[in-house]
Design a protein around this ligand. Sequence first.
Ligand SMILES: C[S@@+](CC[C@H](N)C(=O)[O-])C[C@H]1O[C@@H](n2cnc3c(N)ncnc32)[C@H](O)[C@@H]1O
Length: 299
Amino acid sequence: MKSYETIIKNKRSKYYLFSLVALFWSSDVLASDGETLWDGKHYKQNSSVQQILAEQVLRGITFPKKTGFHVLDIGTGDGSVAKDLIIPLTGASKLTILEPSEDMLSICRETFEDKNNVSFIQGKIEDFEGSQTLFDCVTSFFAFHWVQPINRGKAFRNIAVPLRPGGLFVAVFCIGSDKPRLKTAVDQQMKSDKWAGDFKDLADPLIIGPKEIIQSLLEENNLKEQHHKVHESITPFEDDEALYSWISGWSQFKKILGDRDKEFWLETIHLYRKLTNQSTEMKSVNYIDYYLEIVAVKQ
Ligand SMILES: C[S@@+](CC[C@H](N)C(=O)[O-])C[C@H]1O[C@@H](n2cnc3c(N)ncnc32)[C@H](O)[C@@H]1O
């Protein structure tokens, strides 16, 4: 089965036939291994759900008061959570950002335009080779469910190695649940007669595993769990269009479906309402999802 990135690349490779300009553009996409898929500007305007949960989690943790407290944030995205929440609530005086997406990173640089205690590294956590620095804290919000299972081991090693003994690891990401969620509706839609053709070679881009896998990875890497909590996050949206607008901040199906993206999602939301017993007669719709908050200490 091809990966999501591969199918995007294959779709884009058709442009080779049409123009030299497209050839260069596609080469760039290929070279960056799919990381250009995120739209940082759009995400910035559509990440309210993430910000609410990140704030709730960070406010519940006591961070040591230490001069020069240095945080590494993984998968920083547009930088809003890092600037408005991670820096003030951890008390960080230095922040290092690790973000693979070129597009996200350029919006992130704008977010931190006026800050000189912030440094940027472009890359994925599984490829991160560390630096001379030992960090006091490693944070990551809503990024780990994008790490492919095959890379999880490397990812957790690369978190633990640059963390100083006694340093904190704080992460929030989607976790498996047996309750129906948006992903249940998406999976059904992707297999339906109408949409199966569009997704036929697509491996699941959003990886959600049980929390036990994560807990054993922590142990293997000398990260002692301090606490964990599975959050059932319920966010009301005014109507299906408003929910679609938020979804479009992180869903990358537009690259596959083009103009039909909205149609796909509105149908999916309709199905999601049914699966979660939310009447279509009500205008408003709740988005319900399950996130693992994990806090661990480096031994
Ligand atoms: C939903 S955004 C979260 C952004 C931000 N942390 C927030 O809470 O709003 C997920 C981010 O994870 C990044 N990401 C995806 N795979 C990653 C990986 N393997 N290593 C590090 N970051 C990754 C994406 O590029 C994207 O910017």
